[in-house]
Design a protein around this ligand. Structure first.
Ligand code: COI
Length: 377
C-alpha cells in the first residue's frame, strides 16, 4: 500500500464507499428500557451505557443495514478476525450539555477523519464522514435524556469498527461491523480537575516509527496494561512513554498527549515520528495557547531535561490533553525510583486557563470563535 506523508502524518490511500444512508430504527418496548442513573455525581467513566446503539455492517464491499437498535451483546463467531488478530479501531468523542438546553459535539469532523486514517492503516473500509456524523447525531438525539448536565460530565461516544469474518488465517477481514455506543460519564480521572501522578516507563515502549502509535487501535492500549499496573503500585494513574529507540524523548501518555511548560515555552512531542496519536484536544490546545500569545513548540524534550527542569524550576507546569482526559494537570513524574514533584503539586495558571477556555467552548458557555462546535439539538 502506497504511503503519503501529509503534514507529518502518515496517510494511506483511500477506498471510500459512499452510502446513501437511511437508518432504520428498531423500537424498544418501554418495559425493556433501562432505569436512568440516580445521580450525576458518581457516574464514573465508561461504566454505564444508554438504551440504544448504532450498528452498520460491511459485506461484499459495501456498508449496509444501518440501524439504531437496543444496546445489546454482539453475535460474533469465535474465530472472528478481531478476536485473534485485533483488527479493530475506535474513536473517543463527547457530547456536551449546554446551559441553554442544547447538546454540542466538539470537532466531530476531526474524529471522522482520524477514524478513516486508522481504517486505512489497519486495512479496514472507510466510512463516509457525513454518514459517520449523521449516525452519531441521530443516536444522540434519541438518547438525549441520558446526557448528564453537571460540571465535568458528558455523554461519552465510542464509535468502533471490528473485523468480523470467521477464520484463523492472518489477513484483512472481508466483513466488518461499525457500531456506536454512548456512555453518560463523569471525568476520566476520578479526582476531577486535580493534579495526577505519572509513571515514566523506562523499559516497555508504546510505539516505534512505522508501527501503529498514530492509530487509534485497541492493541496499543492492550500493550500498555502491564506497565499501567506497575504504575499503579507507585500510586500513578498514567504512564508516560519514551521514544522506542533511545528511550530518551518524551512522547505521550497513552490515554492522552502531554505538554510541558519549560521556560515559558509550551512543548509537546511532534506528530512526525508517526508514534504519537494526533489528538483532537492536542490540536485544539495548541491553537488556544497560540491565540493567547503563548509560544508553542512541537518538539520532543528529553526526559533528562524534563527532570532537570522540574528541579531547577524551569518546568513550571505539565499537563495532559485528550478527549476523555480533557486538560489534566500533572503533579509529579515517577522516574528512576523517585517522585519528581512539579510546581508543588499545584495546578499551574496555563493549565487552568486552557482548561477553562476549552471547556467553556465545549459546554457552550462562551461563543465558539473557531467553528469547532456542531450542535446536535
Ligand atoms: C479518549 O480520550 O477518548 C480515548 O479514547 C482514550 C481512552 C484511553 C479513554
Amino acid at each position: 500500500m502506497k504511503k503519503i506523508l501529509q503534514k507529518g502524518l502518515l496517510f494511506y490511500p483511500t477506498t471510500l464507499e459512499v452510502l446513501n444512508m437511511k437508518i432504520s430504527y428498531k423500537n424498544i418496548p418501554e418495559s425493556e428500557l433501562k432505569p436512568k442513573y440516580e445521580s450525576e455525581d458518581d457516574l464514573g467513566f465508561g461504566k454505564i451505557f444508554t438504551d440504544r446503539m448504532f450498528v452498520m455492517e460491511y459485506k461484499n464491499g459495501v456498508w449496509e443495514n444501518p440501524v439504531i437498535r437496543k444496546y445489546s451483546p454482539i453475535d460474533l463467531d469465535p474465530s472472528a478476525i478481531v478476536l485473534h488478530y485485533a483488527q479493530e479501531i475506535f474513536e473517543g468523542q463527547k457530547a456536551f450539555s449546554t446551559p441553554d438546553g442544547h447538546i454540542n459535539l466538539f470537532r466531530p469532523d476531526r474524529n471522522a477523519q482520524r477514524f478513516n486514517s486508522s481504517a486505512r492503516r489497519m486495512m479496514m473500509p472507510e466510512i463516509d464522514p457525513e454518514n459517520y456524523l449523521f449516525a452519531l447525531k441521530e443516536l444522540i438525539k434519541l438518547e438525549k435524556d441520558w446526557a448528564p448536565k453537571s460540571l465535568g460530565t458528558s455523554l461519552y461516544i465510542r464509535p468502533t469498527m471490528i473485523g468480523t469474518e470467521p477464520g484463523l488465517g492472518v489477513r484483512p477481514s472481508t466483513d466488518y461491523l461499525f457500531y456506536v455506543i454512548l456512555s453518560p460519564s463523569g471525568p476520566y480521572f476520578p479526582e476531577g480537575f486535580q493534579c495526577v501522578k505519572i509513571f515514566v516507563s523506562e523499559f516497555y515502549i508504546r510505539a516505534a516509527s512505522g508501527g501503529t502509535g498514530n492509530v487509534k487501535t485497541g492493541g496499543n492500549y492492550a500493550a500498555s496494561l502491564l506497565v499501567g499496573s506497575e504504575a499503579e503500585q507507585y500510586g500513578c494513574s498514567q504512564v508516560l512513554w519514551l521514544d522506542a529507540i533511545q528511550k530518551e524523548y518524551v512522547e505521550e501518555v497513552g490515554a492522552s498527549n502531554i505538554f510541558f511548560v519549560f521556560d515559558d515555552v509550551i512543548y509537546t512531542a511532534p506528530l512526525s515520528s508517526g508514534t504519537i496519536l494526533p489528538g483532537v484536544t492536542r490540536d485544539s490546545t495548541i491553537q488556544l495557547a497560540k491565540d493567547k500569545g503563548l509560544n508553542v513548540e512541537e518538539e520532543a524534550l528529553s526526559i533528562k531535561n524534563v527532570i532537570k527542569g522540574i528541579h531547577n524550576g524551569k518546568i513550571s507546569e505539565v499537563f495532559m490533553s485528550g478527549t476523555a482526559a480533557s486538560i489534566a494537570p500533572v503533579g509529579s513524574l515517577y522516574y528512576q525510583n523517585k517522585e519528581h514533584i512539579i510546581n508543588n503539586f499545584e495546578i499551574g495558571d496555563i493549565s487552568r486557563e486552557l482548561y477553562n477556555q476549552l471547556t467553556d467552548i465545549q459546554y457552550g458557555r462562551v461563543e465558539d470563535p473557531y467553528d469547532w462546535i456542531v450542535k446536535v439539538i
